[in-house]
Write a protein that binds this ligand. Structure first.
Ligand code: SF4
Ligand code: SF4
Ligand code: SF4
Length: 383
C-alpha cells in the first residue's frame, strides 16, 4: 500500500516524486498527514473539527488545535458558516502553493528551513515537468479574460457596427457573455481581498531575495470564503469592488495577464500573471505546452493605418508572439502569431494609438462551478 504521503499527493492531484515526498513530509507531520487522509479530495468536503476527530478516532480537544494550527500556517483551508468552522484539503495548485508563498513573511519568521526546502524542491519539481503535466488538460482549470475597459470598447464598437450593417452574423460574433465581463463577477462577490502573487514571491525567494522582474506583486485576488481566510490570517488586504477593478486595470497596464477559474459563476480567485514566473504562462513557454490555461474568446486585430511603430506591443506581449516584419520597407507592419496568442488583450490595452483591438472570435462557455471545473480538468488531463 502506498505510504500516507503518496496517498496525499494523489488526493491533491499532483504526481509523486522525490521532491514531492520531501515537500509533503516536511510540511505535514504523520499525525497531520493522517488528518488530511480523511478528505476525499481538494475542496470536495467541508468537515468540522468534530467530524474529523471522529474519523481519526481521536478526542476533539486534541484534534481541534492541530486543525487550527494547520489552517493558520496555510496547510489546510478553513471557512466559517453560521458560526461554525469547516476545514477542507488544499490541492497543491491552486491552494497550498499559492497561500503558503503568499504568506511567506509568516513562514520566513517561523520556519525558514521549511520555506527554503519548499522553495527549492518545488522549483526542481516544476522544472521536471510535474506541475505542467498535472495542469495540462483539454479543459484547463484556469481561463484568461480580457480587461473590462477593452470589453466596454468592444461593446460600444459593436453597437455602432450593428446599427451600420445590421447583419446577424456580426451580432453573434461580438456578443459578450456575462462571465466575460469581470465587472459582473466582481459585483456578485460578497468580499474581495488582495495578496502577494505566490509565483513571483517563490521565484524571488529562489533567486536569493532578488525579484526576477519588475511586475507588481500585490495583485493576486481572492473572493468570498477565500478572501475571508486571507484577511483573517493577516496576509490578505480587503478591497472594495471599485478597488478590485482599479487593481485589475493597473495590472493590465503593467503587462500582467488576468486569469481566473474556468467557470461562469462564483469565482474564488483572480490571478494577474507574468511571463517569467507564473506556473501557467511559464509552462506554456518553457514546456511549449498550450494546454495550461484556456484562451479567452478574443483575438487581437491590427490596423496598420493607426500604427506608429512604437513597438510597445512587441515588448509587452506576455507570450512574445508579436514582431515587426518587413522593417524599413513599404510593407513594414506588426505580425501576430495567432496560434500562440492566449487572447489576453495586454497588447491592445497598451497600444497608444488604438492600432490593436480585441475582437470576439469564439463562443466557448465554461462550466458553472469550481467542482465541475475540477472534475473536467482531471478527466481531460493530457499525459
Ligand atoms: S503568477 Fe499568476 S498564477 Fe501565479 S500566483 Fe501570481 S497571479 Fe497567481
Ligand atoms: S503598440 Fe500599437 S502603435 Fe505601437 S507598434 Fe504596436 S500596434 Fe503599432
Ligand atoms: S498578442 Fe500577445 S498580448 Fe496580444 S492578446 Fe495575444 S498573447 Fe495577449
Amino acid at each position: 500500500m502506498a505510504n500516507m504521503y503518496e496517498q496525499i499527493a494523489k488526493k491533491m492531484g499532483t504526481p509523486w516524486s522525490n521532491e514531492m515526498e520531501k515537500i509533503l513530509t516536511t510540511l505535514y507531520t504523520p499525525e497531520e498527514a493522517e488528518i488530511l487522509l480523511v478528505f476525499n479530495g481538494p475542496y470536495l468536503d467541508r468537515f468540522t473539527a468534530q467530524k474529523i476527530a471522529k474519523k481519526v478516532k481521536q478526542p476533539n480537544d486534541k484534534i481541534e488545535p492541530i486543525l487550527k494550527e494547520m489552517s493558520r500556517t496555510q496547510r489546510l483551508f478553513s471557512a466559517k458558516k453560521d458560526g461554525e468552522t469547516f476545514y477542507s484539503m488544499f490541492p497543491l495548485i491552486p491552494g497550498l502553493f499559492e497561500l503558503y508563498f503568499s504568506n511567506y513573511k509568516r513562514a520566513s519568521e517561523e520556519e525558514e528551513d521549511v520555506l527554503k526546502l519548499f522553495t527549492e524542491e518545488y522549483e526542481k519539481y516544476y522544472n521536471k515537468g510535474y506541475v505542467v503535466n498535472s495542469l495540462s488538460s483539454s479543459y484547463p482549470f484556469m481561463r484568461v479574460f480580457v480587461e473590462q475597459e477593452l470589453i466596454d470598447e468592444t461593446i460600444s464598437g459593436r453597437e455602432s457596427k450593428i446599427l451600420e450593417i445590421n447583419e446577424e452574423v456580426e451580432v453573434i460574433k461580438n456578443r459578450i457573455l456575462p462571465f466575460e465581463e469581470v465587472r459582473n463577477l466582481v459585483e456578485k462577490s460578497r468580499r474581495i481581498s488582495v495578496m502577494d502573487c505566490a509565483c513571483r514571491t517563490h521565484m524571488k525567494i529562489y533567486n536569493k531575495g532578488i525579484p526576477v522582474n519588475d511586475y507588481p506583486i500585490n495583485v493576486c485576488m481572492n473572493f468570498n470564503t477565500f478572501a475571508d481566510y486571507c484577511i483573517e490570517q493577516g496576509f490578505g488586504r480587503e478591497l472594495t469592488k471599485e478597488g478590485a477593478l482599479k487593481t485589475l486595470a493597473a495590472a493590465a497596464k503593467a503587462g500582467l495577464v488576468h486569469t481566473t477559474q474556468n467557470v461562469t459563476e462564483k469565482i474564488s480567485f483572480i490571478c494577474n500573471c507574468d511571463r517569467d514566473c507564473c506556473i501557467m504562462l511559464r509552462g506554456i513557454r518553457q514546456f511549449n505546452n498550450p494546454n495550461m490555461v484556456a484562451n479567452s474568446n478574443f483575438q487581437p486585430e491590427y490596423e496598420k493605418e493607426n500604427c506608429i511603430f512604437c513597438l510597445k506591443c512587441t515588448e509587452i506581449c506576455p507570450m512574445q508572439v508579436i514582431k515587426l516584419i518587413d522593417e524599413d520597407s513599404e510593407d513594414q507592419r506588426i505580425s501576430i502569431n495567432i496560434d500562440r496568442c492566449i487572447g489576453c488583450g495586454v497588447c491592445a490595452f497598451n497600444c497608444p494609438e488604438g492600432a490593436l483591438s480585441m475582437i470576439k472570435k469564439f463562443d466557448k462557455i465554461p462550466v458553472e462551478n469550481m467542482i465541475d471545473a475540477l472534475t473536467k480538468t482531471i478527466n481531460g488531463r493530457i499525459k
